[in-house]
Design a protein around this ligand. Structure first.
Ligand code: ZN
Length: 339
């Protein structure tokens, strides 16, 4: 019987060492230690033993049972910790991996330029005002000294909604709206969309942007206009920027001037970019016409002022060397990501 017990212990330990999971461990435990298990079977035969042998075998049987129980427990623990290790490995988090940064966009070149223009003017004490894009004939033309059938209207091909309502062709209507509401001194810029029924090409679009400027006060002269524009353009194009004022005609300013910028490619010598001119046309400006002031209830004998209209596309294309206006509207990421 002693031999049998020792054999059972060896067999149990051998089987335990091969058990791969908790379920098979439990099967082994039941088979050796259970009520119908092998050790119980031995103990049932104890009656056949002599009184001397019984305690010896009983003791041995208890020891074998305890050893097997201990072996089952340690095998259980081994399997549990192995499973935990596998689980940990599977759920491992590498905190040193770089995170996924959200993709940041950047400002559209038109918006970036406008933001800079606004900053320059805010720094000079200007207010930024807005006007409606659907405008009346009165504000877009009439009040700007362009009565019906005035030839200057022909240069602005217009989207009419009806005879008196149109998509504004210029931001200059905001001049009138501002002078009607505010008393001098007035210092404003007004950026916004304007519309003309132009066919799309490299330098034309039916929708583009202007930045209107207006200053009205006592004693305002062309020198103030020139100083203001110089301040802006040097900020946009660099300190060595040179401007040229060229006489022009606008019905709502007198005198009027177009402002050219010295070509940043050839510095005035003439090249293909400036069509050998040395300068590129940039914006229109002038002293507000006395008739326009009068129409808004401002006495031209007391007050004077200047106004200008800048094409946002034009100054943006000049700054970034963009040669086709259409690129600004196509929303092609390959283009926009360059800025
Ligand atoms: Zn040039």
């Amino acid at each position: 019987m002693t031999e049998q017990l020792k054999e059972i212990e060896l067999k149990a330990k051998e089987e335990l060492s091969h058990a791969a999971d908790l379920k098979s461990l439990d099967d082994i435990r039941v088979r050796f230690l259970g009520k119908k298990g092998e050790i119980t079977a031995i103990l049932k035969q104890m009656g056949k033993l002599s009184p001397e042998e019984r305690p010896v075998i009983g003791q041995l049987a208890n020891k074998v049972r305890a050893d097997i129980e201990q072996a089952v427990t340690s095998a259980q623990n081994a399997i549990k910790s192995k499973a935990a290790a596998v689980k940990l490995e599977a759920e491992r988090l590498d905190v040193t991996l770089p995170g996924k940064a959200p993709k940041l966009g950047n400002a559209h070149p038109l918006n970036a330029t406008l933001a800079e223009v606004e900053e320059v003017f805010l720094g000079m004490g200007f207010d930024i005002v807005e006007g409606p894009e659907v405008e009346t004939d009165h504000y877009c033309f009439e009040a700007l000294n362009m009565p019906k059938h005035h030839p200057a209207r022909d240069t602005q091909d217009t989207f009419y909604i009806n005879e008196n309502v149109l998509l504004r062709t210029q931001t200059s209507g905001v001049q009138i709206r501002t002078m009607e509401k505010m008393k001098p001194p007035i210092r404003i810029i007004s950026p916004g969309r304007v519309y003309r029924s132009d066919a799309v090409d490299a330098t034309h679009s039916p929708l583009f942007h202007q930045i209107e400027g207006l200053v009205i006060d006592k004693g305002i002269t062309m020198a103030d206009l020139k100083g203001t524009l110089e301040m802006l353009l040097k900020r946009l194009y660099g300190e060595d920027t040179q401007l040229r004022f060229r006489p022009h005609h606008f019905p709502y300013t007198e005198p009027s001037a177009e402002v050219d910028l010295m070509c940043f490619n050839c510095h005035g010598k003439g090249c293909s970019m400036c069509k050998q001119e040395g300068y590129v046309e940039l914006l229109g400006s002038g002293m507000v016409h006395p008739k326009v002031l009068e129409g808004c209830g401002i006495d031209p004998e007391v007050y004077s002022g200047f106004a200008f209209g800048i094409g946002l596309e034009r100054i943006t294309m000049g700054r970034y060397n963009i040669n086709d206006m259409r690129l600004l509207y196509e929303n092609d990421m390959r283009f926009l990501e360059q800025f």
